[in-house]
Design a protein around this ligand. Structure first.
Ligand SMILES: [Zn+2]
Length: 409
């Protein structure tokens, strides 16, 4: 028996075979991977996973790949008990899932891309591509270099310089499009229809998105095979947020844990918060917005999985909060100065929202709360311009050191 049954339309429920397709021909709903959980239940055990590779591939039985060949070092990032940040926020069991140190390109995207590119190779593609706000482009470029695939990455032209270099170094064709991510994505959908390429977040999306489930699996295992009481995760397309929830439920489904009572909290930047706005207004549909925020990596104005994210919030008794650009910068500094973790603006958004939720009493002080840090601050240094103290400049003399440094501390 195969672990994957096929693809299924999330809207009308029509079934499709395992192919590089992502949209239902009848209702245009998105397709999702469907598993045979009875079969998986026979294959998995805590012991087998614990003895598996120290990467996300220790959960290969729950992923839509038969033979992983790319991204073999992705995942299995630290879950850090955040004692000092927890003290500031009044939380005694706060944890940071730290994907700022994911391998090889320092964001959670290495999870979804290692699954997508391994799957693209199984399908026999020789060219991979993506529409990206930066981190995905870095990861696709790196994994294509590993796999020897041709690579095209499409990004908004106004992206942070470090993120553009972080793709160029792997020598893909980088296409900088005048417009927002939503413009880039629309263009790529047209291109994907014309060319026989593996667009990881278009025609490979059903497989790609499954990689985010490993963020849930790892946390459960790292907590000693327990689901957290609450999760705070950033949302751009809404895919990561919904897949963490899917991953938690699957752990129960296949018998690895007994219960899941996790509340799912979503974080968006105030300047691009279409999902949070829908939640606040009690809508079950998304009104697209034009992004205006420093949190470019999560600036998606028309989120593909927005409505499913809302369903996840409802199902799990969660909530949404937003953070302004100023709050995002302050939260990046707070995380760095309490836990020694340097995240980018998406992580700043998560921590700012975590702080707001804690202040409004969303968590019991003893609850196990996990905040997902999905990207690395060294990639977006320019957002900190004017927000940090200056180095103390001195001549190379003991006198200067004593006068300008020691006398002032
Ligand atoms: Zn359908």
């Amino acid at each position: 028996m195969a672990k994957v049954k096929g693809l299924r339309c999330r809207e009308c429920g029509r079934d499709y075979p395992v192919e590089p397709i992502h949209v239902c021909e009848f209702c245009f709903g998105p397709l999702e991977v469907v598993y045979d959980y009875e079969e998986i239940r026979k294959r998995v055990s805590r012991e087998k996973i614990e003895n598996g590779p120290k990467s996300l591939w220790r959960y290969v039985d729950l992923l839509p790949v038969e033979n992983p060949t790319v991204g073999l070092t992705a995942g299995f990032t630290p879950l850090k008990k955040a004692e000092k940040l927890g003290e500031v926020l009044g939380l005694r069991n706060l944890y940071i899932k730290d994907d700022s140190v994911n391998h090889p390109t320092l964001s959670f995207k290495d999870r979804v891309v290692s699954v997508a590119i391994s799957k693209a190779r199984e399908f026999g593609f020789d060219t991979a591509a993506c529409a990206s706000t930066g981190n995905l482009a870095n990861s696709v470029a790196a994994h294509c270099a590993q796999a020897g695939l041709n690579c095209f990455v499409f990004i908004p032209a106004n992206l942070e310089t470090q993120k553009i270099y972080g793709s160029l170094v792997f020598n893909p064709t980088v296409v900088a499009v005048e417009g927002t991510y939503d413009d880039v994505n629309r263009l790529c959908s047209e291109i994907a229809n014309d060319l026989g390429w593996a667009f990881v977040n278009i025609n490979i999306r059903p497989y790609y998105a499954e990689g985010s489930k490993t963020l849930a699996y790892e946390v459960v295992e790292q907590l000693g095979w327990k689901a957290p009481d609450a999760v705070v995760a950033p949302a751009a397309s809404g895919s990561l947020y919904t897949k963490i929830w899917k991953g938690l439920k699957e752990m129960k489904e296949v018998g690895l844990i007994d219960s899941v009572n996790t509340r799912m909290y979503g974080a968006q930047a105030e300047g691009c918060s279409p999902i949070a706005q829908a939640w606040r207004e009690g809508r079950d549909f998304i009104k697209p917005v034009k992004p205006d925020t420093i949190a470019k990596s999560i600036a998606i104005g028309n989120p593909a999985d927005g409505i499913y994210a809302l369903q996840t919030t409802k199902e799990s008794n969660g909530d949404w909060e937003t953070a302004t650009d100023r709050e995002i910068i302050e939260a990046m500094k707070l995380l760095a100065q309490t836990e020694g973790i340097f995240t980018e603006t998406a992580g700043g958004t998560t921590i700012a929202v975590l702080k707001k939720l804690a202040q409004k009493g969303a968590f019991d002080p003893d609850e196990v709360v996990v905040a997902y840090i999905t990207g690395n601050g060294y990639k977006t240094l320019e957002v900190l311009d004017g927000h940090l103290s200056e180095p103390v400049r001195i001549q190379a003399t003991l006198r200067d050191f004593k006068e300008k440094v020691l006398a002032k501390v």
